[in-house]
Ligand binder design. Structure first.
Ligand code: PLP
Length: 437
């Protein structure tokens, strides 16, 4: 069956299977359709990212208008295009805390690589070149390029790729279900995590650590919501050691949690915020790294020493994705998408709550339009990871696409979803669960 074989090196896929992937060919609203003509509710918005759904005409028009006017002009050597400049101003305007400048890239991975490089450059320009180490969580996901992949904690992202393990340090996952913290109250758990974090810094040598990077809610690591008070305490430690804080808002930015940025909701004061996905509702690739005053001033100072700032991509500030991002932000504000998320999130919470206490369910968690059901595969005699996959297959049969991280099935639908559509999504999921368990 030669026509059944994929010639594409498929990302994050079991390449050894060498079978035809599930091929999506059309999308409308919160639904997609595959090459066999079957429709699915998209419970994960593509890759947590198609926030405005699959048929927003204003985004298509914005791209077309810009294509006709100026399809490309880059941003090197102090020459750029009007759209990139305007988008940077928009982002500084809506940033959750005062931000100095914005750097544009194409993906969440390159936004995080950029943030990591900026943190090192910051310390270098201040006369501390030995501050190179980066701390991240063992369950954090920051992408797969060399630096972002090194900061990603998940083992399969590291194995075989020779990523940097020397300068990247791994902090405990702030998972309330962590076996070592069983029986602890939330505040006891935070104490325990802080002690561990301090020890990690002491062992590494505080004078060698450049930055700590974390998602406000850890998505691909299994939808982990850190215990209350976690970030406040962590930020005190970072400030005490002059370690920069990078908030990875690639999933949470632009409305998903019910705020424009989760930074506001979680009381964070990051030096750098990385964003992508929802910035353009994924209609075109673009990332934005928001850089605080202190760091952007140091980048300028460093570039003075060298004569230029040696970082940037051909497509940094590409005018077409930038135009789509400007239109996305306009829609998000006009329609108050964060407010809509707050209005409909209780439908997701109610649907998830019904799974609490179920035989094969270890935990249920959610925030805004992010949700997760963590299964206990062993409780129903299955190998770890198998129950999540089995429920995904059953959900697909029922016209629902979801993703699983191990045995945690995650929900991140397009943010335009209505309360009734969430109820329908959860009914399909419940039926799929009962097909399997
Ligand atoms: N950061 C977070 C929190 C993510 O979830 C992802 C991707 O899912 C990334 C970074 C990497 O983004 P990309 O796949 O666009 O490189």
């Amino acid at each position: 069956m030669p026509e059944a074989i994929s010639h594409m090196l498929e990302p994050h896929s079991a390449l050894y299977l060498d079978t035809r992937p599930h091929v999506i060919t059309e999308g409308s609203g919160i639904e997609v359709r595959d090459e066999d003509g079957q429709s699915f509710v998209d419970g994960v918005a593509g890759l947590w990212s198609v926030t405005l759904g699959y048929s927003e005409p204003r985004l298509v028009e914005a791209a077309t208008r810009q294509m006709n006017k100026l399809p490309f002009y880059g941003s090197f050597n102090h020459r750029t295009n009007d759209v990139a400049l305007a988008l940077a101003a928009d982002l500084v305007d809506i940033a959750p805390i005062p931000m100095g400048k914005v750097f544009f890239g194409n993906s969440g991975s390159d936004a995080n690589d950029s943030a990591i490089k900026f943190a090192r450059y910051y310390h270098w320009s201040q006369g501390r070149p030995e501050r190179r180490k980066i701390i991240s969580h063992s369950c954090g996901y920051h992408g797969t390029t060399l630096a972002a992949g090194s900061a990603t904690g998940l083992p399969h992202i590291h194995h075989g790729f020779g990523l940097d393990t020397g300068d990247f340090l791994s902090a405990h996952c702030p998972n309330p279900l962590h076996p070592s913290s069983r029986g602890m109250s939330e505040s006891e758990q935070v104490d325990w995590l802080m002690e561990d974090f301090e020890n990690l810094i002491e062992e590494a040598g505080p004078e060698t650590v450049a930055a700590f990077i974390s998602e406000p809610i850890l998505g691909a690591g299994g939808l982990i919501i850190p215990p209350a008070g976690y970030f406040a305490r962590l930020q005190e430690i970072l400030a005490r050691h002059d370690i920069l804080f990078i908030a990875d808002e690639v999933i949470t930015g632009y409305g998903r949690t019910g705020s424009m940025f989760a930074t506001t909701e979680f009381g964070l004061s990051p030096d750098i915020i990385t964003t992508a996905k929802g910035l353009s509702s994924s209609y075109l690739p673009i990332s934005a790294t928001l850089v605080g005053e202190r760091v952007s001033a140091a980048l300028a100072e460093g570039s003075k020493q060298i004569g230029t700032f040696g970082h940037g991509f051909t497509y940094s500030g590409h005018p077409v994705p930038a135009a789509v991002a400007r239109e996305t932000l306009a829609i998000v504000r006009e329609r108050d998408i964060p407010g809509h998320v707050r209005d409909v999130a209780p439908h997701l919470a109610r649907g998830l709550d019904k799974f609490r206490g179920s035989e094969a369910v270890r935990d249920v968690r959610g925030h805004g339009l992010l949700g997760g059901v963590e299964f206990d595969a062993a409780a129903v005699g299955r190998e770890p990871g198998q129950l999540g996959q089995a429920v995904l297959r059953a959900a697909k049969e029922r016209g629902l696409l979801l993703r699983a991280m191990g045995d945690t099935v995650v929900f991140a639908p397009p943010l335009i979803i209505t309360g009734e559509q969430i109820d329908d999504l959860m009914e399909r999921f419940t039926a799929a669960y009962h097909d399997v368990v």
